[in-house]
Design a protein around this ligand. Structure first.
Ligand code: RTP
Ligand code: MG
Length: 139
């Protein structure tokens, strides 16, 4: 597999609960290199654009409120097979279904507030990384 990139957000619930350090530790220990990273907060317009694919879903208003209620950590990560390996590391969308040892199993409480985002394809990783970071902020 070629070395490539994915995009993540540590979501407001994870930041509120003080889990930034523990989650980043797990990400680093799993072999991901941090290419870009910042603490930031999404506006309503940001969240509506970022999650536009879900705009017709019943949970969309709740998702936008959740994702904008406090700071997040946004980061671009690099590793062989980054997208698939990171989705495996975070676990299923619903932490109740997530495997033992995954980030969502360890740090998330519900399907709605599930601690972390991971891109679902190489194309989306590039789009989502560019949403949050200019080229000069990627290392
Ligand atoms: P993400 O995009 O954040 O990495 O999560 P995912 O691929 O595992 O799940 P996705 O289907 O893309 O859903 C995006 C986020 O919407 C919230 N959600 N709430 N209440 C619900 O039934 C529900 N379903 C999804 C979660 O925050 C989910 O991560
Ligand atoms: Mg998704």
């Amino acid at each position: 597999m070629a070395t490539n990139r994915t995009f993540t957000m540590l979501k407001p619930d994870a930041v509120e609960k003080g889990h930034i350090g523990a989650i980043l530790e797990k990400i680093s220990a799993s072999g991901f290199r941090i290419v870009a990273m910042k603490l930031t907060q999404m506006t309503t317009a940001d969240a509506e654009e970022f999650y536009a694919i879900h705009s017709e879903r019943p949970f969309f208003p709740e998702l936008v409120t959740y994702m904008t209620r406090g700071p997040i950590v946004a980061a671009i990560l690099e590793k062989e097979n980054a997208v698939d390996d990171f989705r495996a590391l975070i676990g299923a969308t619903n932490p109740a279904d997530a495997a033992e040892g995954t980030i969502r199993k360890m740090f998330a409480d519900s399907i709605s507030e599930n601690a972390v985002h991971g891109s679902d394809s190489d194309d989306n990783a590039a789009i989502e990384g560019a949403f949050h970071f200019s080229g000069r902020d990627q290392f």
